[in-house]
Design a protein around this ligand. Structure first.
Ligand SMILES: [Zn+2]
Length: 79
């Protein structure tokens, strides 16, 4: 058998390259996960002036229908 021994510097460069690739993969995957955009727009909040029911609507409309009594109401706050 031929004894195979890697020189120390070759082993060092191999480990350094693999660790750099691993670190870059980890960095970019965490960054991609953090920068995940919001898929939906912020909802608009409506409060019914007839029954007091508070509800949300994601459409950008000035008035929305109450889910309980059917009255049309203006949005109170959007965030
Ligand atoms: Zn209502």
């Amino acid at each position: 058998m031929i004894p195979l021994s890697l020189p120390d510097w070759l082993l060092f460069f191999l480990v350094a390259n693999l660790s750099m690739v691993f670190a870059a993969t980890l960095y970019y995957s965490v960054r991609l996960h953090r920068r995940m955009p919001r898929h939906r727009a912020a909802p608009f909040i409506f409060r019914c002036s007839v029954c007091g029911h508070v509800y949300m609507d994601r459409r950008n409309v000035p008035m929305a229908e109450c889910g309980k009594c059917g009255a049309m109401n203006e949005n109170t706050k959007s965030f």
